[in-house]
Ligand binder design. Structure first.
Ligand SMILES: *Cc1c(COP(=O)(O)O)cnc(C)c1O
Length: 378
């Protein structure tokens, strides 16, 4: 496999020649492959991709072309999609809650690694006949800050339970490992260090040698200000693992979703109307590709494209609404946009490849987002 051929040079070239009235998501496979190679060459261990961030086949195919061979899957659908595109793909099933039927599907797909955060779910894996050659990773949770929102609310075992679980995993005969997720859009490298130290303490207390340590996803995408320094986080992870485990350091695994895919897509929304009070109505909003903005905050990576020349008036703050008749369909606060913004202009939101199309709805008949492949996004 190699690069998917791009149809257009850039989003603005496509917008200006087609003037689409519907939202368009521009995908640059070359950027996705470059990001994958950055993880593959920079991360000191196995790189897996968390499919839920964006499960589009063209995303998976380009990651595979770039050399990604292992995937974090959460459902039978994700397993089947990955295996269809790459029968040899390694699957890590790190959704720690599963039905018996889902476990049976995982066994049939030859899942290599399962995570658990409760005794009941571990017993289920044993009862369903997961082969002992499989890895079982105990998912730890800690009250760690630094991420945009806390993943520990739903999943993870506290350290005390993690000790008994890890012991039970080893006694059951599975390959014992640990995992954690520091929370998504995590901008603080020390969050990983805190988790790695705790995993080492849990393993020590359980008297179990970890085969591997999965340091999760959570790597921040570029949303505002300067781009995050991924390599600095990789270095902090490696240092923390060496310090915590010494010579017996487990092999490391990471499972980025957001940071792998965010930068390779930009969303073009069109200005439908600017009302008398300057409120802007777009053709996409929180039920579509901008779903995450109310949770994570607005980005400042907005590019304005107009059919009628440059927009260079000083920016003013606008309230921005999505197209549906629901009053929640509004971006947080206000957004600074050119004072001469006009109906028919487009706002391109960069860095929107993760958790955008993955969660889009067709609420009120909106949300039909066309995907167009481009060479570059700027
Ligand atoms: C969602 C998820 C990820 C990916 O998280 P990002 O913040 O998108 O990097 C990784 N692992 C697990 C278990 C997840 O649920």
């Amino acid at each position: 496999m190699s690069l998917v051929t791009a149809l257009y040079a850039s989003p603005s070239q496509h917008l200006l020649s087609h003037a689409p009235d519907h939202p368009v998501l521009y995908f640059a496979p070359s950027i996705l492959q470059a990001t994958a190679k950055r993880f593959l060459s920079g991360f000191p261990g196995l790189v897996t991709y968390a499919v839920k961030a964006n499960d589009a086949e063209e995303v998976l195919e380009n990651l595979m072309a770039a050399g990604v061979e292992a995937f974090d899957v959460a459902s039978p659908f994700e397993m089947a999609r990955v295996k269809k595109l790459m029968p040899s793909a390694v699957l890590h099933y790190n959704n720690p809650v599963r039905s018996e039927a889902e476990v049976a599907t995982a066994i049939a797909h030859g899942v290599a690694s399962y995570s658990v955060d409760s005794m009941g779910e571990l017993a289920k894996l044993v009862r369903c006949g997961v082969p002992l050659s499989a890895e079982v990773s105990v998912r730890l949770r800690l009250p760690v800050k630094g991420a945009a929102y806390d993943f520990g609310v739903k999943f993870g075992a506290d350290p005390e339970l993690a000790v008994s679980l890890l012991r039970a995993v080893a006694e059951a005969g599975f390959v014992p490992s640990m995992t954690f997720h520091p929370g998504t859009q995590c901008a603080d490298p020390t969050a990983w260090g805190v988790y790695i130290d705790s995993c080492a303490a849990v393993a020590r207390d359980a008297g179990v040698t970890l085969e591997r340590l999965n340091v999760g996803g959570g790597y921040a995408a570029h949303r505002t200000g300067a781009a995050p320094d991924l390599e600095a986080i990789f270095a902090a992870i490696e240092l923390a693992a060496t310090r915590a485990f010494g010579d017996a350091a487990p092999a490391l695994v990471c499972e980025p979703g957001r940071a792998m895919v965010a930068e390779s897509f930009s969303l073009a929304t069109r200005v439908k109307a600017i009302r008398d009070d300057n409120a802007v109505f777009l053709n996409d909003g929180i039920y579509g590709g901008l779903a995450e903005l109310p949770i994570l905050g607005n980005t400042d990576r907005i590019e304005l494209v107009s059919l009628n020349g440059k927009r260079d008036a000083a920016p003013i703050e606008h309230i921005v609404f999505g197209p549906t008749c629901d009053s929640l369909d509004r971006l947080p606060g206000t957004v600074a946009l050119a004072g001469d913004l006009a109906e028919g202009d487009w706002l391109i939101w960069h860095g929107l490849g993760a958790y955008s199309t993955a969660t889009v709805t067709r609420f009120n008949g909106y949300g039909a987002i066309e995907v167009v492949t481009t060479n570059r996004l700027a």
